[in-house]
Design a protein around this ligand. Sequence first.
Ligand SMILES: [Fe+2]
Length: 232
Amino acid sequence: MTPQETQKDVGGAVWIGPKQYAVWPEGQKIKGRGDNVLAMTQFEDAPEFHPSLISRLMELDADPAFKKTRSVSTSGTKIHFMESWGCPEADLLNARAQAFYKKAFKQPSAAVHIAWANLSRHGDYIMPHSHPDSTASVVYCVDTGDPNPRDPLDGLLAIVDARYDACCQTDEGFMTTPFIPKMTPGAMIIFPSKLVHCVNPYAGQRPRITFSWDINTEPVGKPRLPEELRES
Ligand SMILES: [Fe+2]
């Protein structure tokens, strides 16, 4: 499935080795306000397939056949085109992100505009930004990397937008309080793509690994790829 295709039905399951994983497990709960605002869910089966997922990501990171972007001003290493990885673990996460969009944003279909894995290493960060070509952005935590006892906010995703009322806890319309969701391995968050967000600098050594998706209800044309990945 290409990023441009619309997935009308994200029911079903994905095989990873000898085991079948439900795209949306029975009883999977969504926390949050919903209604196109912000929601989270936690996949309890994540520890079962994260080791093989991380192993495949390390292979991709080392394989020159898979293009990556690396820019200290915007992020660490990004690996796009997960449908070409031959990685059922990523296929499962891709289906889950779309299912989450449909459920949390109450939409009849989901079209991934662009998606990628983020590998953050020592010193990497993502400056504040939003995603103008999509309705919702989804982030999934694979590995939080090394903890930093001197800075508990090290490497964390933060939403910093005055249009999100949780960020304005002292004066309406004034962004005074970054909203920092608790993202442990297996956690997936969805929020409107217009909300400004960033990732704090990461000081650890072990790669901190997340996935990101920009999703619409219907396809909206070609994604704007990072410079290094553009074909023309
Ligand atoms: Fe982003």
